[in-house]
Write a new protein. Structure first.
Ligand code: ATP
Ligand code: MG
Length: 222
């Protein structure tokens, strides 16, 4: 049986100037089971963020193949792919300062034409509760702690119920205690929603808690 995510010989070469080329990904191949929680580790510059950018549909300039649920990601509509297939969270939460917590969570829907309003309200309430932000819903990002800000980013990534969450060092800007709480939240979403989680981390304590760890060295998985 084929796996949920199949990554085959993925390569990404950056050409920042005429005579320079960087093989950021140099033949990455592995597969991921549906609903699993995996981590990607590797030293700085090993290609982790490049990999997540490609898998997240933010960078299409790669060679090799990524198949999700039996379909090459190049064959998905790009907007659909980034909305319903993958959701991404980052180390720097990237919240919009002029929007409240709930407006930030609902932001992805601003770009959507046919919204099912009923479900949106329910989904928002569910996510506010799940992330423990119900009593912060009218707050602005500058009024939040780092852990709260990351929870807003997580809720925003989940508003469209994507199948996969990609997280690039989501605990990197947080103290270890707050980082653990974020990891627990991701674990709980993995279980309760069956979301496949792919998490990049430097922290061995975090990767140890995931079901499988992929190690990148110079753009290759070893
Ligand atoms: N836009 C770019 N143009 C040129 N080179 C780049 C670009 N982005 C990344 N690189 C190079 O590609 C390699 C992989 O970078 P990447 O950001 O994927 O590493 P990383 O594993 O995420 O590192 P870190 O742990 O520091 O975040 C590095 O050598 C980096 O310098
Ligand atoms: Mg990185």
């Amino acid at each position: 049986m084929s796996k949920y995510i199949e990554i085959d010989d993925l390569k990404r070469i950056y050409k920042p100037s005429k005579n320079v080329s960087v093989k950021a990904l140099d033949g990455v191949s592995f597969s991921v089971d549906e609903g699993s929680f995996i981590s990607i580790v590797g030293s700085s510059g090993s290609g982790k963020s490049t990999f997540l950018n490609v898998l997240g549909g933010l960078d299409w300039d790669y060679s090799g193949k990524i198949v999700i649920d039996g379909k090459d990601i190049r064959d998905y509509n790009q907007n659909y792919y980034r909305r319903y297939v993958v959701g991404t969270i980052f180390q720097q939460f990237y919240l919009i300062p002029s929007l409240t917590v709930e407006e930030n969570i609902l932001l992805p829907l601003k770009f959507q034409r046919n919204i099912k309003q009923v479900n949106v309200k329910e989904r928002l309430e569910y996510l506010l509760e799940k992330t423990g932000l119900t009593n912060r819903r009218k707050h602005y990002p500058k009024e939040l702690s780092g852990g709260q800000a990351q929870r807003v980013a997580i809720a925003r990534a989940l508003i469209d119920s994507p199948k996969i969450i990609l997280a690039d060092e989501p605990t990197g800007n947080l103290d270890s205690h707050t980082g653990e709480a974020i990891l627990d939240l991701l674990k709980s979403l993995n279980k309760s929603e069956g979301i496949t989680m792919i998490l990049v981390t430097h922290d061995g304590k975090i990767s140890k808690e995931t079901e499988k760890t992929i190690t990148l060295v110079d753009g290759k998985n070893v």
